[in-house]
Each structure stands twice: as C-alpha cells, then as structure tokens.
Write a protein that binds this ligand. Structure first.
Ligand code: NAP
Length: 497
C-alpha cells in the first residue's frame, strides 16, 4: 500500500490545456494509487467564471478515458474547488488565502502546499510576490512551486525570471519541469549506464565513436504559430530536452542517486560543453532549417499566426563537443524538428569498430559493423544493441543482429505518465528529475551563442520538404566527420517480431 502524502495543490491556469490534458489525469492516477487520498485538496484558479460544479464536470471530461467507477470519480472531484480571478489582482490572493486556510483545516493538509503555475511565465514573478505578501506560503508545512517551460527566452530573461521567483521561494522549493525527465527511458539512462559493467567500462572516448540524439516530430506548428515563431526549435527543444539528455549521457557517476548528487554532476557536464563563441563556429557546427510544403501540407510560412517572412527555424541539427577528460574528441550529434518523416525519439551510442577486422569485407552481403546501443525513448520504449555474429552455415560471412528489449504496449500503458511521476516526486520533495537553476543557466549560456550568431546571419537557413528528415546540410554535418545519421525503421521492424 502506498503511503499517503497530505497537500493542498493550487493550480494557476486551471482552465488551460495543460491542466486538462496532463494535471487532472495525473492527480487522478495518484489518487487511485493512494498517494493522495483523504488529506488533499485542489484549488483551481483562472479568470473564467466557473462554478465548482462546472469545474468538476471539466475534470470528469478530462478523465473520461480512464475512469471506471463513477462513485470514485465523484469522491475524487469533491476535493476540487474553483475560484475565478485575474492573477494580477491583489484581492485574489486574500480570497485564495481564506480558501486555502479553510481547506487546510478541512482536509488536514498540515500546511503542505504545492503551487502549480500552469500559465505563461510573464505571470510567475507577480504570483510569487503575491503568494509571499499574502502569507499563502505557510510556516508549518512544505511549500513547493512547480513551473513550466519556457524558463526564459535567453540567459538574461531567465536570470530575471529566476530573480523574481527567488524573492519568494528558495531554490530547493522551486521545481522546474522538463517533462522529458519524467519519461521512463530517460530515467533508465542512469540505470543502464551505472549498473552494467559492459557499458560503464566503455563509456568514454576510447570506445565510443559518436553519439546521436534525435527528437523528430511529424506535426507542424499546429495552432501554436504565434508562440513558436518567437521561439524556434533551438529554444523550444534544444535548450531544455536535448541538453538534459546530453547531460545525463555525459555526466560522471554521481555519489548516490540523491537528487542533489545527480544534479551536481549534470551541472558539471553542462559546464564542459564547448561554447561556440564565434559566428563561424556556430555556422560550421549548427544547422537550422525550415519546412516547406510537401505531402499535401503547408509550408511553415503559410501556417496560421506565422509571419510570412519568418526565418524562425523549425529544425536544428548540431554537433556538440564535450571538453573533458572522458569525452574529448567524441561528437554528440543532435537533431530535432517539426514535419519530419517519423515521430520518434531515440539515442544511438555508436562504439568504435574493432581495431582489426578478421572477417570478409568483399563479395559478401554483410560485413562486421560497429556496435550501436540504442535507447528508444518514444513511441517505442526500450533498448537495442547491434552486434555482429557469423551467418549460419559454412564460411565466415557476418550477420548483423539486433538484440532488443522493447516494452510491450500493455507495460507502457500501465507505466505512469511523465507528469504523474513528476507530481509524485514533487510531493515527496525529490528534486532529481527537475532542473536546477544552474543547469538552466548553463544551458542558456550555450544556446545564446548559437542564437546570437544566427541572428546576425540570414544566409544559412536551409529549406526541407515536409515529410523528410531535414535539410541536406544536416547530413553534410556528419559526412564531413565520416559519419552518417543512423536511420532505421524501428516501428515496422519490431512490430513484426
Ligand atoms: P493555456 O491553455 O493558454 O492556458 C493558460 C491558462 O492561464 C488558462 O487557464 C488561462 O485561463 C490562464 N490565465 C491567463 N491569463 C490569466 C490571468 N491574467 N489571470 C489568471 N489566469 C490567467 O496554456 P497551457 O497550454 O495550459 O500552458 C500553460 C503553461 O504551460 C505555458 O507556460 C506553456 O508554455 C506551458 N506548457 C504547456 C504544455 C502543454 O502541453 N499545454 C506543455 C509544456 C509547457 P483564463 O483564460 O480562464 O484566465
């Protein structure tokens, strides 16, 4: 039986998309599992004038695919309360405090409070100040603030945002969500690295040739054109998700699995990334692209709410170098984009080839190939390892095989979703899978050099047709080092098994 944790949640932006799609279902799963049960309440707040009853209907709607028992649903939604207000209005917080204190008493939440800011970052500073000024931050329990990406637009704005937040909350009370860190296979990276001698012993520049990280989407910007056109793929995906993955792959073994030990190692890892301080280095090592029409789909500049003259990148490929003893000389190639041919997230660790190949390389169908460890993050979840064996029969011809462990659909659907894991971590006061300010700071430092160089250069932005894996220049980036993007139709291959 799971131990119940008492807390009062206040969700700012309770009428929004994130709350509906992610937060209510995650809270429900935690409720079903007994992590929250009797001693919890949720206050939802936003400007829309909703009644408690209507709020309950909205939550029920968000849970329609997961609820099995109406009685249980009613019991769950009875813990939810709604108040309508503008977060900029000081009176709001007086009312919020009154309701919070009542619910603290009614549900015996022991002064434990989680404030979830599911709204635009421009409001974070005001909300933090108002929570503090109006004594919504309690003395007797824990107080935790969860915030969503984007954390700033560049280092300067991120620093300002952090200064605003730290006026009211200390670093150890701030939980910055990067939902990739809540994914099963991202959490599995450390398990595979640090508990298998065959990998940890080889996890360095003596044995690893290159690392490739791909986060590809098939969708375009959909209805987020205005947000995306001011953001672009570099800020939207590389600054956070991709650099977090790089940090987990690169970091030294932590002293323990304690959150601060891991985050300290990640900070050091991010500090060891080479900064491309001049424009030429950026142009040589980072490629940006923009999708054009293809596959009966509009080009980026024809999308709604996008500037028809826009030079915002919808694709990035980059070569990241890690200047430390373990990784010197090993390129980490990363790429992400919209309207690519497959929706897929995976990491390839390509090992060096054996120093001498004894097996035939001519007149045969297959030759020995470098080993590749692949971490499949989504939609497939699992690992695969490319090995060389002898083809069955006479002779010494090679056969490349892939050993794999791919989670089946049922295991995946039963495993907690990222937001559920992260909410539970926050309830437990475990910061491991949230980004520390120093990680955010260092990531922006890295990204700003690229962004600033691109802002001076209108020339090097390449088109790619919708439904492809990005511009030709992305392939050239690897070809110049003698590598190639490793592409493999994973879904079809594994489904056949
Ligand atoms: P959204 O659907 O636009 O919701 C914004 C929420 O803020 C609404 O509930 C809105 O409610 C409320 N709001 C806006 N101005 C307000 C004000 N002055 N006072 C009180 N409430 C106000 O946005 P979202 O998609 O849920 O995203 C929320 C945050 O999470 C954003 O920072 C976004 O970047 C981030 N995020 C979202 C997702 C996602 O999957 N949706 C994923 C990652 C990160 P009213 O209009 O009723 O006031």
């Amino acid at each position: 039986m799971n131990t119940e944790i008492s807390a009062l949640f206040t969700i700012f932006g309770a009428t929004g998309d994130l709350a509906h799609r992610k937060l209510y279902p995650s809270l429900y799963h935690l409720y079903k599992k007994g992590f929250i049960k009797n001693n919890f309440a949720v206050i939802g707040t936003a400007r829309r004038e909703w009644s408690n009853d209507y709020f309950h209907e909205v939550i029920a709607d968000s849970l329609k695919d997961v609820v099995e028992n109406e009685e249980e649903l009613k019991a769950f939604t009875s813990h939810f309360y709604y108040i309508s207000h503008n977060v900029k209005d000081a009176d709001h917080y007086v009312e919020l405090k009154k309701l919070s204190d009542q619910l603290d008493e009614k549900y015996q939440t022991n002064g434990n409070r989680i404030f979830y800011l599911a709204m635009a970052p421009q409001f974070f500073g005001t909300i933090g100040d108002m929570l503090k000024a109006n004594h919504l931050i309690t003395e007797n329990g824990f107080n935790r603030l969860i915030i969503e990406k984007p954390f700033g637009h560049d280092l300067k704005s991120a620093t300002e945002l952090n200064e605003q937040l730290t006026r009211s909350f200390s670093e150890d009370q701030i939980y910055r969500i990067d939902h990739y860190l809540g994914k099963e296979m991202i959490q599995n990276i450390s398990a595979v690295r640090f508990s298998n001698m065959i990998f940890e012993a080889l996890w360095n520049n003596k044995y690893i040739d290159n690392v490739q990280i791909t986060l590809s989407e098939t969708v375009g910007v959909e209805d987020r054109g205005d947000y995306y056109d001011h953001t672009g793929a570099l800020r939207d995906m590389v600054q956070n998700h991709i650099l977090q993955i790089v940090a987990l792959l690169v970091m030294e073994p932590p002293l323990s699995l304690n959150g601060n030990d891991i985050r300290n190692e990640k900070i050091k890892a991010l500090r060891s990334l080479r900064l491309y301080e001049n424009e030429k280095d950026v142009i040589n090592n980072f490629v940006r692209g923009q999708y054009t029409a293809g596959n009966d789909q509009a080009g980026y500049t024809d999308e709604p709410k996008v500037n028809p003259e826009s030079s915002t990148e919808t694709f990035v490929a980059g070569k990241i170098m890690v200047d430390n003893f373990r990784w010197a000389g090993v390129p980490f190639y990363v790429r992400t984009g919209k309207r690519m041919s497959q929706k897929d997230t995976y990491i390839h660790i390509q090992f060096k080839h054996v120093s001498m190949n004894l097996f035939p390389t001519e007149g045969v169908e297959e030759v020995a190939q470098p080993n590749i460890l692949t971490i499949h993050i989504s939609p497939l979840e699992g690992f695969s390892l490319r090995l060389n064996t002898k083809r069955v029969g006479q002779g010494t011809e090679m056969k490349n095989i892939r050993m794999h462990q791919i989670l089946d659909e049922q295991t995946v659907s039963n495993s907690p979703e990222a937001y559920e894991r992260l909410l539970l971590d926050c309830l437990n006061g475990d910061p491991t899978n949230f980004t520390h300010w120093k990680e955010v700071e260092q990531s922006w430092r890295f990204i700003d050099f690229i962004r600033n160089a691109w802002d001076q250069d209108e020339e090097h932005i390449y088109e790619y047709a919708s439904g492809t894996m990005g511009p030709k220049e992305s392939y050239d980036l690897l070809h110049q080092d003698g590598f190639d993007w490793i592409e493999f139709n994973w879904s079809t291959k594994y489904k056949k098994k």
